[in-house]
Design a protein around this ligand. Sequence first.
Ligand code: TXA
Ligand code: MG
Length: 359
Amino acid sequence: MEVARTRIIKIDPVNPEEPILVEAAEVIKRGGLVAFPTETVYGLGADAYNRDAVRRIFEAKKRPVDNPLIVHICDLEWLESVARNIPEKARRIAERLWPGPVTLVLWKSHEIPAEVTAGLPKIAVRFPSHPVAMGLIRHSGVPIAAPSANLAGRPSPTTAQHVTQDLYGRVDVILDGGETLFGVESTIIDLTSEPPKLLRPGPIPVEDLERILGTQISIPDHARGLSEAEIAESPGMKYRHYAPETPLKLIEALDYHDLASYSAKVLEIAEEYRSRGFKVVILASRETCQIYVERGFEVIELGSRKNFYEIARNLFNSLRKVDELRADLAIAEGFEERGLGLTIMNRLRKAARHCRILV
Ligand code: TXA
Ligand code: MG
């Protein structure tokens, strides 16, 4: 599938220019595809009511058709038109966290075509807070179905350049609003089950959601990045995700309190591969990167262990960088699974599938 021409249009991420929003909204209304920034990652949007447009999203991304899309709204009242039997819990989260980076899985309304949810009776709904995303949805006047704007299996895009790398010539418009804020995709929680279930950790920590709901949220293994999901639960989870072309090994510890001995073990593993002739690149925290640099390794610094937001924001860009360095092997440090640490480990484990080492 080829679109004749992709237009890349710069847009102010804080005060988006009205005429640009109007123009992009026209493309959505005509059934076209528009990539746009959200506060999490870039999305690839189409009119959620237009079956053909939704099918084009799957083609453009080469996304398996059984992997459902998130529907984006810009008005709480729209929730009633995309979902039904909406529980009180949904309203409580919406009130506190919308617009923002949390997605709710609810029962699907009949108006939304089956293509959007890959035939599932449930629908994932999100109300993004990015001014460009909100403006685009408002001007389009319809909910926008949008997965992350990357080719299937690639790291999610946090800049318009990432979108261009993957989708140039395959979409109509790319709105370039610069770097996204969180850099990881929204937290997804399924509210149709009791207790509510975390489907994907994201920028909103599960601990915060539990506080808002006043109940525990179940965290299945796949939400920790540990196993494949049941199809009925969240089809997307069973596919290869986020992975660079370069093989990635994730070195996990039971705890990360003794960083000196942890990084010494990571170094040992890296040196062993180097002695076998591998060119190794290491993804490391600011606190530990120096010891690898001193031994002559190429290091991509992810950020500080004291600021998981920083690490989350750098993560996908770093995974894309790995391939640019043309190494034979990438080795990534692990992080403690608390707060956003769960989000980071979910992405790293998926990127490193089959290559986890526990030290
Ligand atoms: O932050 C985000 O959520 C970004 C921005 C663009 O909004 N979007 C995003 O979409 O990450 P995507 O398609 O890359 O990831 C959505 C995930 C997929 O793993 C999909 O399987 C799951 O949500 N999902 C969508 N609808 C679902 C449903 N009805 N039931 C269970 N899981 C669903
Ligand atoms: Mg995605």
